[in-house]
Ligand binder design. Structure first.
Ligand SMILES: *[C@@H]1O[C@H](CO)[C@@H](O)[C@H](O)[C@H]1NC(C)=O
Ligand SMILES: *[C@@H]1O[C@H](CO)[C@@H](O)[C@H](O)[C@H]1NC(C)=O
Ligand SMILES: *[C@@H]1O[C@H](CO)[C@@H](O)[C@H](O)[C@H]1NC(C)=O
Ligand SMILES: *[C@@H]1O[C@H](CO)[C@@H](O)[C@H](O)[C@H]1NC(C)=O
Ligand SMILES: *[C@@H]1O[C@H](CO)[C@@H](O)[C@H](O)[C@H]1NC(C)=O
Length: 429
């Protein structure tokens, strides 16, 4: 779109309403942003029914997929205040002991705040931000509610540049936090807190501002269902969201995850891009239905029935000469097996077979399966992997985290389950 039209569309004044249907058409069709192109959102919040709202310019994306609406369809009054520009920040106040503001969606534009209750603008709004949230600056970048116990007391965090303002509704006090986050929008989802910038996001601790783990990540991989994001996208959506158990999973030395299910595999690159394809296309000799896989010395050790296939990691993956060999001959244990994993920089392969786990020292030959121990907490393990944050054991559509192989074996209590689809592959439903 020519830049003069962009300007016209963005900087119209209250009196320059959309005179012609052509202009409305332009706004809706030509300028309608596509979140799968990698957008930086202006603001994000959930509504009172838990539907995610992402604001971009005059548009509103609802949920994790689909085209945007014009924001004024849901928030008609925004239209009367064109000069305020786009929504800078948004959050949902859900504090029952704050009856006047409970379940309100607050939208911040310039120096004004709009409060919506059950889809209606509250009377008296918009108000000056300083009137409703004394001590909170105008022209915000982001806002997010932080209820107890995620914050010590029900609070709201406001972001502007490098400053974070911690606002306590109960006594209307505000203090600055010493965070180093730099967010253009923030989002609280399933009790986690996300800071967005560009098309990336980081999960942060709302008490300390700390970001732990491999961040920033690509938002399209987690918060947007983009079928065309990543190669071979047809299988991808189905595979990442499938509730069917994984046959095998591993992460290679570079941090790429490979997961196998039936005839397909998913690969999650270190940069969080997901791709998927047929096993036939990438591991021709295996065809389908892998039982277990582990990574060792830049090779993928893939087990199917009584056979072990060793592939050199690369594009394409190549089967080493002489393989497949029998599992018995190579690992000193009779196949088939259920799961296998090697932790980073270690040379012990942990082999799960039925309700037992064995250790195989890969640095010596011939290899022998030793140290047989029963697994207490699971009757059956589908697959397992070991990474920098410990062992992930996959059973059905869930996985369970253990800090080490030893804790996995010794544990008597089932840890909290995580969803494979959502928490491992970022499926949103
Ligand atoms: C939303 O804005 C567009 C363009 O300004 C206008 O044509 C439309 O009537 C508005 N819709 C509502 C519900 O206000
Ligand atoms: C809101 O802010 C404007 C500009 O700072 C000021 O002129 C106005 O008096 C304020 N309104 C109220 C109700 O405080
Ligand atoms: C925030 O990030 C933007 C873009 O990466 C950068 O230009 C800006 O200097 C950063 N601000 C702070 C305070 O880190
Ligand atoms: C407001 O409440 C918080 C949390 O209870 C407390 O730490 C703070 O001292 C209070 N501030 C004032 C001015 O009362
Ligand atoms: C992520 O890495 C893979 C492999 O290096 C590359 O093909 C892909 O384009 C990268 N994706 C992004 C979004 O950087």
């Amino acid at each position: 779109l020519p830049s003069y039209l962009h300007k016209l569309l963005r900087y119209r004044t209250p009196r320059q309403s959309w005179a012609s249907s052509e202009m409305y058409f332009l706004q809706c069709v030509l300028v309608r942003p596509d979140r799968c192109q990698g957008l930086e959102m202006d603001a994000a919040t959930e509504n009172e029914e838990g539907v995610p709202y992402f604001f971009k310019g005059h548009f509103l994306f609802k949920g994790f997929h689909g085209k945007p609406e014009v924001a004024n369809e849901t928030f008609p009054e925004l239209d009367e205040y064109h000069h305020l520009g786009h929504v800078d920040a948004a959050f949902l106040m859900h504090y029952e002991d704050e009856p006047t503001h409970h379940d309100r969606i607050f939208l911040f534009l310039d120096n004004k705040v709009f409060a919506y209750y059950q889809h209606k603008l509250e009377s008296g709004y918009p108000k000056n931000i300083s009137e409703v949230f004394p001590g909170v600056p105008d022209h915000l970048d982001a806002a997010v509610e932080c209820p107890s116990p995620q914050c010590a007391i029900d609070s709201v965090l406001f972001f502007k540049g490098k400053d974070v303002y911690h606002y306590i509704p109960q006594n209307k006090t505000v203090h600055k936090e010493d965070f180093t986050l730099n967010c253009t929008s923030t989002f609280r989802f399933m009790e986690h807190f996300y800071c967005f910038r560009g098309h990336k996001f980081s999960k942060f601790n709302p008490r300390t501002g700390e970001v732990n783990g491999k961040y920033p990540k690509e938002a399209r991989g987690y918060f947007m269902k983009c079928s065309k994001f990543g190669a071979d996208s047809d299988h991808l959506e189905r595979e990442r969201c499938s509730r069917v158990h994984l046959d095998a999973i591993t992460s290679d030395d570079a941090g790429n995850i490979y997961a196998f299910r039936g005839h397909h595999y998913i690969r999650e690159f270190e940069n969080d891009t997901l791709t998927s394809g047929t096993i036939e296309s990438a591991f021709k000799e295996l065809h389908s239905d892998v039982d277990a896989v582990f990574s060792y010395n830049n090779h993928l050790y893939m087990i199917k029935d009584k056979q072990l296939y060793v592939y050199k990691v690369g594009e394409p993956h190549t089967l080493l000469a002489g393989y497949p060999k029998t599992v018995k001959e190579e690992l000193g244990i009779e196949g088939p097996i259920d799961a296998a994993f090697v932790c980073q920089d270690d040379h012990i392969a942990h082999i799960v077979k039925g309700r037992d786990i064995y250790d195989v020292d890969l640095s010596v030959t011939p290899r022998v399966a030793t140290n047989k121990r029963p697994i207490a907490v699971f009757k059956k393990v589908d697959s397992a992997m070991c990474g920098p944050d410990g062992v992930k054991v996959i059973v059905g559509s869930h996985f369970y985290k253990f800090a080490s192989p030893m804790l996995f074996v010794a544990s008597r209590a089932m840890p909290q389950p995580h969803k494979v689809s959502r928490d491992l592959f970022g499926c949103d439903h």
